[in-house]
Structure formats: C-alpha cells, structure tokens
Write a protein that binds this ligand. Sequence first.
Ligand code: HEC
Length: 164
Amino acid sequence: MYLNMHIYQTLFFVLREIDVVAKSFKKFAIFATFSVLSGGLAQAQDAAKGEMVFKQCMTCHRIGPDAKNAVGPALTGIIGRQSGTAAGFAYSPINKAAGENGLVWSNELIMAYLPDPNAFLKKFLTDKGKADLATGSTKMAFKLADEQARKDVIAYIDKFSEKK
Ligand code: HEC
C-alpha cells in the first residue's frame, strides 16, 4: 500500500512536470511566432514610412528600376555600392575620393552620413589618412537629423539594393 502511494505520488509529480514543460513550451512557441510576425510587420511599416520620408530626397534623387540621375545620383542599388559610382553622374571630388578610398555604402554608413554628409565624408577620408583629399564640399546639400526618419528611409532604400 505504501509502495503504491509512492508510485502514485511519483507519477503525479512526473505528469505535473511534463505539464509545466509543455505549457512553457507552448508559451514560448506563441511568443516566438508573435515576435517573428511583429518583427516582419515593424519592418514593413518602417519601409512604408520611409517611402514618405524619401519624398524629401526626391527633390534630388530617384530610386527604382528605371530611375535616372537627377540633381543627385540615382539611388537604386546604393546599399553595397561604392560611393561616387552611379554611372553618368558628375560627383564632387570629395564624394568620389571617399569611394576610391574604400567607402562602400551600408545601412549603418548611410545612417551616419545623413545628419551631416560633408562632415561624414571629411571624417571618412581623414580617418583613412587622406586628409589632403578631405577638402571642398559635397554637392549633397541636405541633412536629415531625425533618427527614426533615417532608419525608415534606409529601410525603404534597402528594398532597392542589389542583393534583394
Ligand atoms: C538638394 C538635393 C538633395 C537632396 C534633397 C538629397 N540629396 Fe542625396 N545627394 C545629392 C547630390 C547632389 C549628391 C551627390 C553628392 C556629391 O557629388 O558630392 C547626393 C549624394 C547622396 C548619396 C551618396 C551617393 C553615392 O553614389 O555615393 C546618398 C547615399 C544620398 N545622397 C542619400 C540621400 C537621401 C537618403 C536623401 C533624403 C533623406 C537625400 N540624399 C537627399 C543631392 C540631394
């Protein structure tokens, strides 16, 4: 009788543990699914908001499969592209020099560039030991300080990058 009680108790304990594990796994699965879904959604929203922000860039830039250079170079495929290399665009010497000295645009670098393009290019060249080339100024006479706006516009631009 005592042995039976013991077995029942053990069995009860084991079943309860299985239940706890199963429940927490379920919670985790729900949480994981939700995270993935909301993550995807957040990104889509960023790009949609970024399209609105990009209207400011459109004073000078175009983007998309048929985009041509305008006041500024076409930005299709800008992420992953060497700075100053849009075909047929007459860049300022400083923008071109940065590219020739290793500037390849990434999301992070455009993030750092937008608040002050001229300062960014000067610092880039100076850090590369090319202070002599860090002269004159970029033709990109536009600054975007707002962090969220920069994130959103980059999410939008990223949709047109080569790797996609
Ligand atoms: C008033 C016009 C103007 C506006 C507005 C403008 N840009 Fe530019 N942008 C330029 C010009 C001109 C260049 C070329 C710079 C040079 O040759 O020095 C340029 C260059 C760039 C480059 C480097 C391109 C390359 O091939 O190396 C990036 C990236 C860029 N702009 C992003 C943006 C984004 C994003 C916005 C909007 C948030 C924006 N620009 C708004 C005129 C503008």
